[in-house]
Design a protein around this ligand. Structure first.
Ligand SMILES: C[S@@+](CC[C@H](N)C(=O)[O-])C[C@H]1O[C@@H](n2cnc3c(N)ncnc32)[C@H](O)[C@@H]1O
Length: 213
């Protein structure tokens, strides 16, 4: 789903920059063994800030940011070619953006060493297809590290999906339990999962085999 105008403002705001830089990027990107020849993907790149932060934390060969909204792809290209002052020393020559749908991405099988996602899943109704696509496009042993919000608490599931959709103003309700089940139904092995208020950080690796979520 494309973002509404207010959401587009929010993801370009100083508050979003603060959240991404101080809370999310350090947890999603720290301690990863991603080498200088690696190819990495940022799903739902939005403003391009999360894509740039991948380069701040990791020494990747290439970083690709995709977004379904052509307006966001243009904004991300502009952001990276004129980064804010705090980001001026971050490498940008290996970053590319592409307009693509994460539920049916154009990438070959086993293409990426690492795939990242910063809060895009709850904007995608077919979010389980994204997990299948991530699995398909990751190399064996590759890592899928992401942060997702807002997750519906498992103990509230008795109130039904429509109640959440109302409360979450159009966001797709995903519970932590559902998320882990979708990852485990495939061959993902969950290495780490951490809850911080309503935000959930997950790191999973692609194990061998043919099953998909
Ligand atoms: C909440 S924003 C997150 C942006 C950025 N990652 C950040 O952390 O600020 C979610 C982004 O996902 C994009 N998106 C929604 N559905 C998508 C899909 N099916 N495929 C790719 N991107 C999608 C939206 O256009 C939006 O830019």
């Amino acid at each position: 789903m494309k973002l509404k105008a207010a959401e587009k403002l929010l993801i370009r705001s100083p508050l979003r920059a603060y959240m991404l830089r101080r809370l999310e990027a350090p947890r999603v990107l720290s301690g990863l063994d991603v080498g200088e020849r690696s190819v990495c993907l940022d799903i739902g790149c939005g403003s391009g800030m999360s894509t740039l932060l991948i380069n701040e934390h990791l020494n990747c060969g290439k970083v690709l940011g995709i977004d379904i909204d052509p307006e966001m792809v243009t904004a991300a290209e502009e952001y990276v070619s004129h980064p804010p002052r705090w980001a001026r020393n971050i490498r940008t020559d290996n970053i590319e953006f592409l307009c693509a749908d994460a539920t049916s991405s154009p990438f070959p099988d086993s293409h990426f060493d690492a795939i990242f996602l910063f809060g895009a899943l709850h904007h995608i109704k077919e979010w389980k297809n994204v997990i299948s696509e991530v699995y398909r496009a990751l190399k064996e042993g590759g890592v899928f590290s992401f942060v997702e919000e807002p997750l519906v608490p498992d103990h509230l599931s008795r109130f039904g999906q429509s109640a959440y959709e109302l409360v979450l103003i159009g966001a797709v309700p995903i519970s932590e339990k559902e998320l882990k089940a979708a990852l485990e139904k495939g061959e993902f092995s969950i290495q780490h999962s951490e809850r911080f208020w309503s935000v959930c950080f997950v790191r999973a690796t692609k194990e061998g085999g043919n099953r998909h979520p």
